[in-house]
Design a protein around this ligand. Structure first.
Ligand code: NAD
Length: 467
């Protein structure tokens, strides 16, 4: 098997010329023909497939991910997106007839052309290092854009493998990788872009948006969570426990859409906690640390951040709590908290911490959910139809899964994105094409219509006014 190449940061001095090269390729119109886009998508598909073993190894190294999980959420995920996009690209890229056009205006052949926005910068996050970088890249290629990808430096093995795949598979004049951390990203943001697609924290998202505003560059921001799950007294406690526990053990809870905290009706709390314990035992009979299916925290910095959150919480650990810093292992940990100002509720944990806050009824749960974050990335109500509908109609969020943890995000053809401070813009499925596309309204004025247009030309005589 090939080796994972070492990660080398891009020389800061070279960044302007790298960006300019990719921009010149866009300006040469090379990336626009549908055939070219399909060919690049095909090559990317085979690049991923041929390097599947390396990707599995890289995600194991960076995040301790099991092969099953990496295939499901990274390699297979992206290959599936490429197949969908390739099968539908010609249709997406076709000119559209705009709706609601008056009969007389139809004489001008109104149509909407799908123009590529231009040269895109894609900045990825570490938790799903392949999916969150290659996913947007699929959209950029499909739309006819050229692009530079800046993977997260926190998942270095995956970043290096992506660079290898892109360099070996794609047209290097149109698609390339810049590696680095804050200085390199800052240098990238100094360049001219037609689109910036960023995934990561809201803090950095704000930096990106401010910088982009200086040049009126459009941005898509895929940001963080503080997502609530709400369990009413009518919910199925076993289902809720299994599904929400899974949402926190996948990728060791480093998932932007997983629930940050659970609001549980006091009436169902004892049985829900019992079911969480049962589920944890069923998922990891030998304990999570011994299981090949349970991942690790990405690095010591994030491990320390999670440990501090737990230390600062005034809640009581009910389940888990074992840590092993050398192994970057943090057991799925259920904590009963008493206040919505508790560190585990007020901050995004982005790890396997499962704070449970008892509530008296659904009214209280909805009030707290809206108070902690009025526009989270996801919301997960468990209960009867009437209750879950009430949650949906009295809250806002990027997406929602009823009676599940983030299932909505796993449907590849549904637009995925946040709202308010959890993000702006969406991608996946057709939305990935749209997010890198400008809908250009076009008309053609025929020569023969000149007689009818005569009315618009001065002088505006009394006779014209009468018409
Ligand atoms: P992060 O914001 O620390 O880093 C993301 C990217 O931004 C990296 O490529 C990094 O190099 C770059 N970056 C970091 N600091 C920068 C700065 N000062 N200037 C310019 N660029 C900078 O995010 P992360 O730690 O990789 O991911 C965790 C966060 O991302 C969580 O809040 C999580 O919820 C969110 N997230 C959101 C989604 C989504 O799809 N909405 C997906 C994954 C993660």
């Amino acid at each position: 098997m090939a080796e994972i190449p070492p990660l080398e940061f891009t020389n800061l001095e070279n960044i302007p010329s790298i960006v300019n090269g990719v921009r010149q390729t866009f300006l040469s119109h090379k990336s626009r023909p549908i055939e070219y886009r399909l060919q690049q998508l095909r090559k990317l598909y085979w690049g991923l497939k041929d390097n599947q073993a390396l990707i599995l190894e890289a995600c194991k190294r960076d995040l301790g991910k099991s092969s099953f999980e990496t295939y499901l959420t990274e390699v297979g995920w992206c290959m599936n997106d490429i197949v969908f996009m390739s099968n539908n690209l010609a249709r997406f890229a076709q000119d559209e007839s705009p709706p609601d056009i008056a009969f007389t205006n139809k004489l001008f052949g109104p149509r909407i052309r799908k123009d590529p926005l231009g040269t895109a910068l894609i900045i990825g996050a570490y938790n799903f290092p392949i999916q969150l970088s290659i996913g947007p890249l699929i959209g950029a290629i499909s739309a006819g854009c050229t692009a530079i990808l800046k993977p997260s430096e926190s998942s270095p093995a995956a970043a290096a493998v992506m660079q290898k795949i892109i360099a070996e598979s794609l047209d290097p004049s149109a698609y390339t990788v810049v590696q680095g951390a804050v200085p390199e990203t800052t240098a990238l943001l100094e360049q001219k872009w037609d689109k910036i697609f960023y995934t990561g924290s809201a803090t950095v998202g704000t930096i990106i948006a401010k910088k982009a505003a200086e040049t009126l560059t459009p941005v898509t921001l895929e940001l963080g969570g503080k997502n609530p799950a709400i369990i009413t007294k009518h919910a199925d406690a076993r289902l809720a426990a299994r599904r929400l526990l899974w949402a926190k053990v996948l990728n060791a809870g480093q998932v932007c859409v997983s629930q940050n905290y659970i609001l549980v009706d006091k009436e169902i709390l004892p049985v829900f906690l019992k079911e969480l314990k049962v589920a944890l035992g069923e998922f990891f009979p030998e304990g999570a640390q011994k299981s090949p299916d349970y991942g690790r925290i990405v690095n010591a910095r994030q491990f320390q951040r999670l440990k501090k959150m737990l230390d600062e919480s005034s809640g009581k650990i009910l389940l888990g709590g074992t840590m092993d810093e050398k192994d970057l292992f943090l057991e799925p940990t259920v904590v009963q908290v008493n206040s919505l100002t508790d560190s585990l509720v007020a901050e995004e944990s982005f790890g396997p911490l499962i704070p449970v806050l008892p509530v008296s009824d659904l009214d209280e749960a909805i009030r707290i959910a809206n108070e902690v974050h009025d526009t989270p990335l996801g919301i997960y109500p468990f209960g009867n139809k009437q209750e879950t509908e009430r949650v949906l109609s009295q809250t806002r969020s990027g997406g929602a899964s009823v009676n599940d943890g983030f299932f909505h995000a796993s449907i590849p053809t549904m637009p995925f994105g946040g709202v308010g401070t959890s993000g702006q813009g969406a991608y996946r499925g057709r939305a990935s094409f749209d997010v890198f596309t400008h809908r250009r309204s076009i008309t053609t004025t025929p020569a023969w219509i000149e007689g009818m247009l005569d009315i618009r030309y001065p002088p505006y005589t009394a006779a014209k006014e009468k018409k």
